[in-house]
Design a protein around this ligand. Structure first.
Ligand code: GLN
Length: 272
């Protein structure tokens, strides 16, 4: 019978990726997949593994093939309905956690939640916060709710709709509004590379060189924030200055922060 080592020699893919694909099929631990490669792989699993390897070679993101992606230590179900959570977005969560009370209640709104990674992670870290999450895509919202049920016993409030129009008339103001909106220029060559080719365009691309949704959120946020409330946004590496300026004009005291690569990635503001 074919061993794990044999299976891992079939395709020119990084071993790390092959192990993740195999793990999603067999449920084996990484210890087994790394240290006990003489173990046999049954023919059905091998067949499935070969199909996933071929799809990976054709460019499909690992996270869509395994169905999961780690974000802030939690395992989120993902599929082509939603953007795959990125490490740089963990910086947005880090920042939010420093702003609100560690124990007490706080009202948080995440717009365009996708897989729910930001909203659900905040709920996981700060159970006392009241968190509302929205998405224009009802398909995305269904997956986010599935994740919330798995990870935090679905203790969030959900609304479908585009940005602030998802909210009802009587929604009270928030202490924090947070979003990782689409911000890539429709003409960017980056859209035709790697994982992005398989991700939902509506989660990636925005008009006005990627600034349209960021600007909309900055302009509309004050009407939905308490005085002293916060707006935190992820944006492209070349959009820090524009976001900073737009926030200042909208009445915020703004700060731009960098991602792990040292690129402008997050801009946050306090509404004065
Ligand atoms: N950070 C993602 C990327 O550049 C884009 C996510 C987004 O548009 N919000 O791959």
């Amino acid at each position: 019978m074919t061993s794990l080592a044999d299976a891992f020699s079939l395709y020119p893919l990084p071993l790390r990726e092959q192990r993740l694909l195999m793990q999603s099929i067999t449920g084996d631990s990484m210890t087994t997949l790394v240290g006990f490669t003489e173990r046999p792989v049954d023919p059905t699993a091998l067949n499935h593994f070969q199909q996933l390897c071929q799809r990976r070679l054709d460019g499909e993101p690992i996270a869509y093939l395994t169905g999961y992606r780690e974000f802030y230590g939690l395992s989120f179900a993902v599929d082509p309905r939603v953007l795959i959570p990125r490490p740089e977005t963990e910086g947005l969560v880090d920042w939010a956690l420093t702003l609100g009370p560690a124990q007490g209640p706080w009202r948080v709104l995440e717009l365009g939640t996708g897989s729910g990674a930001i909203a659900i992670t905040l709920k996981h870290q700060r159970p006392a916060w009241q968190i509302t999450a929205t998405d224009r895509s009802v398909d995305a919202l269904a997956l986010a709710r599935h994740n919330a049920t798995r990870l935090v016993d679905d203790r969030l409030i959900w609304h479908s709709g585009s940005w602030f129009s998802a909210l009802t008339e009587e929604t009270p103001p928030f202490d924090l509004i947070i979003a990782n909106p689409p911000y890539i220029d429709p003409l960017s060559p980056y859209l035709h590379q790697g994982d992005l080719r398989f991700e939902p365009m509506t989660a990636l691309v925005a008009d006005h060189h990627g600034m349209a949704d960021l600007q909309h959120l900055i302009q509309q946020a004050p009407a939905h924030l308490v005085r002293g409330g916060h707006l935190l946004l992820e944006h492209g590496h070349d959009q820090g200055q524009s976001c900073h300026t737009a926030m200042s004009q909208a009445g915020f005291t703004a700060t731009t922060r960098q991602d792990l690569a040292g690129l402008d990635r997050l801009t946050g503001g306090v509404f004065q």
